[in-house]
Design a protein. Structure first.
Lengths: 476, 171
């Protein structure tokens, strides 16, 4: 059956991004001042797609013989990807010029990665999941190494590529098991096969391998080894992009796959596995982050801990938990892009100003930036009324409802530990004398992006119920 | 004996012989060349099983693209270093033998004792139809056209990436 125009219309957001990539490539070839045009073009494409996704949210459909879905939850995820990427474009604009990185390709790869994420989020078939995942990952490998003059960036790219390929091996192996046991790649058929318990052993092995592979992608302990090196070596704006939207895409796949299985008795196999991953990630990320003196490494370990908090919501095995995870992802995307955005703003041409000592006395030199960075640190630490608090609140409540009180307690303890290293940065900025003033390249684009991210963190934090009710409406 | 059986015995003998020759060669380039012969013989067996598409892919992808990659890697990395690893660590040999025995046992089990799952069509004619190039082409360019497009974007991104990372100079 040939896909109809209606089918394409149902999955219009990824189609727009795909068209955007091709138009940007053509512009790059034929138009002289492409370097100036393409960032603006990418920004507009992202903004338009974000707007379109929000407007068409209530039309939930399957498309292309249940290969993909559109509307509902998928569109909320589209919004996170595209709006997050629009802010990443803003914080990248001057950063890329400062670092003298090839400009047009950077934005084209950004759009290609977003295309992969959207396909992952809308996929209802392992074929699409795999294609989307590879599309996203390949762009990430390249983006991590796009600063070719920097050896750390090269190392990050190669390390990410090798470990990412290893993780993909797990995922494909898992998919092979699932296909062998159920004879189909479609979620609907596989869910049915699990409910009826046909070939359940192989299905379980396959799903466990799949979850392990995705633990690499969401950076959960013990599959986190690549995270600190890659986030440190990659250009700061790329780290912002990978740690937020990339994590959201991987979580979107896990939620879409596991949500229908919550009601199946079989979930008692996956629940404990995910709980264990969650608990280890939270504790490990929070404790090791304390020892970090490099801001980017600290944010990388914090990213591992946040993956743990989000996993609680899936491990709980109730729809409210998944709604909490998506709210958390929305909040985390904007607070982390903001935090990385400020780090990129302050970073010098040669990877300077990244040590925590460099931030001492920043409040005197750059009061606005210091205030905004404090806001993001408070949000990441989970202090009310900012968005980070309610993200944690919803997943902890879901865990308690599901009877996983111990997991919620581990989460609260590790949040308490993590407050130390987030607030240490604030203390450095406000209560330490600056031994030297750092040279900062001012950028109004970055400032705009950071302020938008800060506003979203506040808005999402002040009206958490509206957002969560919307998400819950689409989940059930 | 029908022609089919004669051909099967021919391909099987070539496959087995090239497999043995592959693992007994001292020179890794020779091993790689015998592996190509092994792949080609395997493609012949696929053809006899009415899996034309897999046979073609076996030649194009495995015997063609992947083996060229293998040969490049062998020529770029010094193979002498690999030999010395085997000498200093004789345990590796036993691990390799163990894996070989395991795979062999698995194949014996599959061939003689395994009952196929009831998810493949029981009609033989229908099963043969699935494997033809024509059928796969029809499926790919109608039902699965969007995945093919996505795969196209994937290759496009990889090409851009290769250019970005390997290009000598940017204006």
């Amino acid at each position: 059956m040939i896909p109809s125009l209606q089918d394409l219309f149902n999955i219009l957001p990824p189609v727009i991004i795909g068209a955007g990539i091709l138009i940007a490539l053509t512009l790059e070839m034929f138009v002289k001042p492409a370097k100036k045009i393409i960032p603006h073009f990418a920004f507009l494409v992202f903004l338009f797609t974000a707007y379109y996704s929000l407007m068409t949210m209530d039309k939930e459909t399957y498309s292309l013989n249940t290969l993909m879905s559109g509307g509902g939850l998928t569109n909320i995820l589209y919004f996170i990807f595209t709006f997050g990427s629009a802010i990443v474009v803003l914080i990248s604009y001057d950063f890329i010029r400062k670092k003298d990185i090839v400009s047009s390709e950077y934005y084209i790869l950004l759009m290609s990665a977003v295309l992969g994420m959207m396909i992952m989020a809308s996929a209802k078939d392992f074929l699409m999941v795999f294609l989307g995942l590879e599309q996203m990952s390949v762009c990430f490998y390249i983006l991590a190494g796009i600063n070719r003059r920097n050896l750390l960036s090269n190392e990050a790219s190669l390390k990410y590529f090798l470990l990412g390929a290893f993780a993909t091996g797990f995922i494909v192996y898992g998919i092979a098991f699932i296909y062998g046991a159920s004879g189909s790649l479609s979620y609907l058929v596989i869910t049915n096969a699990i409910v009826t318990g046909q070939n359940i052993t192989f299905l379980t092995i396959g799903l466990l391998l799949f979850i392990i592979g995705f633990s690499f992608k969401i950076a959960a302990f013990p599959f986190h080894m690549w995270v600190p090196d890659v986030y440190q070596g990659a250009p700061t704006t790329v780290s912002a992009f990978m740690s937020t939207t990339g994590k959201t895409a991987a979580f979107a796949v896990l939620i879409a796959l596991l949500l229908p299985l919550f009601t199946v008795g079989n979930y008692q196999i996956f629940g404990p596995v995910l709980s264990l991953l969650a608990a280890l990630s939270m504790i490990y990320g929070s404790i090791v982050a304390i020892a970090q003196k490099d801001i980017k490494r600290m944010l990388a370990y914090s990213s591992i801990a946040h993956a743990g908090y989000m996993l609680i919501g899936i491990a709980a095995g109730i729809p409210a938990g998944s709604a909490g995870v998506i709210y958390y992802l929305l909040a985390y995307t904007f607070m982390n892009i903001g935090a990385f955005g400020i780090v990129a703003y302050l970073e010098g041409v040669e990877e300077t100003n990244l040590h925590i000592e460099d931030y001492a006395g920043l409040a005197n030199q750059k009061p606005v930036l210091a205030a905004l960075l404090s806001l993001f640190m408070f949000a990441l630490a989970g202090i009310p009324p900012l968005a980070g608090f309610f993200g944690k609140y919803y997943v902890f409540v879901a865990a308690i409802k599901a009877g996983l009180v111990w997991l919620a307690l581990v989460g609260i303890v590790s949040s308490a530990i993590s407050v130390y290293f987030y607030l240490r940065l604030v203390v450095y900025m406000y209560f330490r004398e600056n031994s030297k003033t750092i040279t900062v390249f001012d950028s109004s684009y970055s400032m705009l992006g950071i302020i938008i991210a800060a506003l979203l963190v506040i808005i999402v934090g002040v009206f958490p119920n509206t957002v969560v009710e919307l998400i819950t409406h689409f989940i059930s | 004996m029908t022609l089919e059986i004669i051909l099967f015995i021919l391909f099987a003998l070539i496959g087995a012989a090239s497999g043995v020759l592959m693992i007994t060669r001292k020179n890794p380039v020779m091993s790689a060349l015998f592996l190509i012969l092994n792949f080609a013989a395997l493609a012949g067996v696929y053809l006899l099983l009415n899996a034309q598409f897999i046979a073609v892919v076996q030649i194009i992808v495995y015997a063609g693209a992947i083996m060229v990659l293998f040969l490049f890697v062998i020529m770029l990395l010094r193979p002498d270093a690999e030999i010395s690893i085997l000498r200093t660590n004789p345990l590796l040999k036993y691990v390799a033998i163990g894996v070989g025995v395991l795979v062999f046992a698995q194949l014996i089990y599959l061939i003689f004792f395994f009952k196929p799952l009831n998810i493949t069509p029981s009609d033989v004619a229908e099963r043969i139809q699935i494997g033809t190039v024509e059928n796969i082409g029809t499926e790919i360019y109608t039902k699965y056209i969007i995945p093919v497009q996505v795969a196209g974007f994937l290759l496009l991104s990889a090409t851009i990436g290769a250019l970005v990372l390997a290009k000598k100079k940017f204006e």
